[in-house]
Design a binder for this molecule. Sequence first.
Ligand SMILES: O=C(O)CCC(=O)C(=O)O
Ligand SMILES: [Fe+2]
Length: 274
Amino acid sequence: MSTPYFISYKIRSNRVHLDPPREVAVHAAPQEVADLVEHGFIVREKLVAGRDLEALRDAADEIEARYLETQKPGQGNGFGGLFVRNIIDEHPVIESLLLQNPVLVSVARAVLGPQVQVHASVLRVAYPELENQGVEWHFHQRVVPDPEPPFFLRPVVLDNLIYLDDLSEDSGPLVVLPGSHNTDEDLPSGDFSDKAGQVVVKCPAGSVVTSHSSLWHRAFAPKPDGGKRRLLIFGYSPVWLKTIDVPTKLRARTASDADATQEQRELVGLSGYY
Ligand SMILES: O=C(O)CCC(=O)C(=O)O
Ligand SMILES: [Fe+2]
């Protein structure tokens, strides 16, 4: 793990004297965080490796096998592949390796503030032998009205795309539009076309793309001999935003755990809002 840098946050209120400052050790280089803010994404290669990567692959395969018994992978509508939501409640390894992983959660705290929760935890598997396994251009928080009301607060989620297989020409790269998290242009549905300024992301297995949820992106389908393409999406949001995935089981366990820290309670949506 890289040497961290530190941020000390005070949480403003009439009770600052009761809430100790939050010290965050950020496990990324300051330049990486600056790039994330400017471009809307960063790629960190091989953040997960060795036994941890194997454990995540095994967990993904177990979850996949369970869901394939009742669910068919999507083959159209712009979002191909198998999607399983709330995987944090689906396998203990997802929680133990990802929920409080410093290289993920500390970067979220660097850009969203100290009080974050798990917003989404998803498995996506795309299959070389199936049709329409790509993903069209989209961004994630599609709730911003136009015109934008003066008191409207734009939701921001920090999404981590954790690639369990090499992201290559054959397995189907991710494509992003750098800086698009700061623009207000819309693209039509069903759009898979090349765009000026797009960046095609390829990286080895275990790499993580950390992105602002308003960043436009799409994904290619795996080629016929590209192998199964497995991806975990792990998003963090400020504690006061409504989450898309609710880790019901983990939340209940945390609620009854007298030793759970304030940060653990916040991570599962038990604290940090009024
Ligand atoms: O498969 C990928 O690389 C990206 C998937 C994606 O954008 C999504 O599921 O929202
Ligand atoms: Fe996406």
